[in-house]
Design a protein around this ligand. Structure first.
Ligand code: NOJ
Length: 511
């Protein structure tokens, strides 16, 4: 029997950072109604699904990744009724909905943690008697020690901010709670979950010190990628599979190798995990080729991603740190075309379709990411990629909020030229390019091979084919001759049919 490809296998998923997408209520913070109003924009863009970052009840110590109630919408973002309306309207637009689930830690305002501080149900979190010093040398991902003291002097673990205490996954109650939370949202019609800190839930027994140099997301670590975590995802997979309609899960998994990543997507575990290797690679044909080869050798359902709400926007990364660099934008567009030509699914981050750069000059008093405060201003944090989207008009709030409201982060004046309104009618704009590229990808859907075949190409360029599609990208400094083809389907910049300019990619049709 011919099996249909499940929707997520080659989907283009658009990440909505809810606080910064669209504000309908006028309080300067994005919300669910704002998203509902912009669904036509997303369907016209041509994506298949949206991933919503956390919109649950939260004191917002980490932009909502500190959840106080996993079964309710924060009033800042709307109500459960707004959520239900969003899901049904998204589905009516042909868009699937993925929601974030945050199982590594809760908010310190969660009922369980408040009870734990009263001495009730402490075994749901990781408390330690300790002494004067923290129980071990673990450092928070957000700077500073990973341990804080509760009012009665006991230490509790938080891999992120002190307002985000880590759950104790060795307690069966934590398991049943999250199975129930999954069902709560599945019953409301969500199509999938993005699992926050998916490789962090279990900590090594005895909480041993990490070697000093090993604070990163590493496989051989007492913190990350413990083998027990896979049992959790096997159980979650059973729940997802028990619902109709191809429900799925994608893990936020940072690893050093594609082999480690592959452990999370074994057939009875998660459907996908983020493949951050491309995002971490420099602008280099050799580096890109290695990422593609390593990924395809290890993983059968690959994913690709260039940007998200935690990293410097790729236009700025590729522009060697300069925010408004022509080179960065050209490379960003080229990388998108290469990514969309690869087998698997692609995750886009809101605003990349406008070519938005990182905002590098936010005033210190505007910055809200706990990384900035916890590092005492040494690290800029992630606010620069979270600035609210510019939709229309010539001044802040650029249609993000109703006129008169101030967005929660200031928007740069240069964004007047980058609004959706300005770009929508301009065939040369980045928005028009994204729409065209997504249309071209849809037109090819189902007709391409699962693997890629490399063709010989000049140094610092890559040529690969998937059936009738040849994708070419030039990461070098000189133009390179195009391989044989019938016609150019799309270019990240104008391509004349003979030479591929530097910092450019194109799709060619061959018969
Ligand atoms: C990863 C999320 O993407 C990030 O924004 C958050 O700060 C951490 N996990 C902690 O939840």
């Amino acid at each position: 029997m011919h099996m249909e490809t499940p929707w997520w296998r080659d989907a283009v998923v658009y990440e909505i950072y809810v606080r910064s997408f669209a504000d309908a209520s006028g309080d300067g913070v994005g919300d669910l109604t704002g998203i509902r109003q912009r669904l036509p924009y997303l369907s016209e863009l041509g994506v298949d699904a949206i991933w919503l970052t956390p919109f649950y009840r939260s004191p917002m110590a980490d932009g909502g990744y500190d959840v106080a109630d996993y079964r309710d919408v924060d009033p800042l973002f709307g109500t459960l009724a707004d959520f239900d309306a969003l899901v049904s309207e998204a589905h009516a637009h042909g868009l699937r909905v993925i929601v974030d689930i945050v199982p590594n830690h809760s908010s310190a305002e969660h009922e369980w943690f408040k009870a734990a501080l009263r001495g009730d149900g402490r075994e749901r979190y990781i408390f330690h008697d300790g002494g004067e010093l923290p129980p071990n040398n673990w450092q928070s991902t957000f700077s500073g020690p990973a341990w804080s003291r509760s009012p009665d002097g006991k230490w509790y673990l938080h891999l992120f901010a002190p307002e985000q205490p880590d759950f104790n996954w060795r307690n069966p109650e934590v398991h049943s709670e999250f199975l129930d939370v999954l069902r709560f949202w599945l019953d409301r019609g969500v199509d999938g979950f993005r699992i926050d800190v998916a490789m962090g839930l279990y900590k090594a027994e005895g909480l041993p010190d990490t070697p000093p140099e090993d604070q990163a997301f590493k496989a051989e670590s007492p913190i990350w990628g413990r083998p027990e975590v896979h049992e959790v995802y096997r159980r979650w997979r059973e729940v997802l599979d028990s619902y109709p309609g191809e429900r799925m899960a994608i893990g936020e998994v940072w690893t050093d190798s594609a082999e480690d990543l592959a452990l999370y997507v074994r057939p009875d575990e998660l459907h996908q995990s983020f493949n951050f290797a491309w995002l971490e690679a420099p602008w280099s044909a050799t580096a890109f080729r290695k990422v593609v080869d390593d990924t395809l050798a290890a993983v059968t359902s690959p994913t690709w991603v260039l940007s998200n709400h935690d990293v410097v926007r790729h236009v700025t990364r590729y522009g060697e740190g300069l925010p408004h660099s022509t080179k960065g934008l050209a490379r960003g567009r080229a990388a998108l075309l290469a990514m969309l030509a690869l087998p698997g699914s692609a995750y886009l981050y809101q605003g990349e379709e406008l070519g938005l750069p990182e905002v590098t000059n936010l005033p210190p008093e505007a910055r809200q990411d706990p990384i900035f405060a916890r590092s005492l201003g040494k690290l800029p944090g992630r606010d620069g990629c979270r600035v609210p989207l510019p939709w229309s008009g010539a001044a802040e709030p650029y249609g993000f909020s109703p006129d008169g409201a101030r967005p929660w982060l200031p928007q740069p004046v240069e964004w007047t030229a980058l609004t959706v309104e300005r770009q929508a009618g301009d065939p040369g704009s980045t928005l028009s390019f994204y729409r065209e590229a997504l249309r071209a990808r849809r037109a090819l859907r189902g007709s391409l091979s699962d693997g890629v075949t490399w063709l010989d190409s000049p140094e610092e360029s890559l040529f690969f084919t998937r059936g009738s599609l040849t994708c070419v990208i030039n990461c070098g400094v000189a133009p390179v001759p195009l391989p044989p083809h019938d016609r150019v389907l799309i270019g990240s910049a104008p391509v004349d049919g003979h030479l591929l300019p530097p910092d450019t990619a194109a799709w060619l049709h061959t018969s």
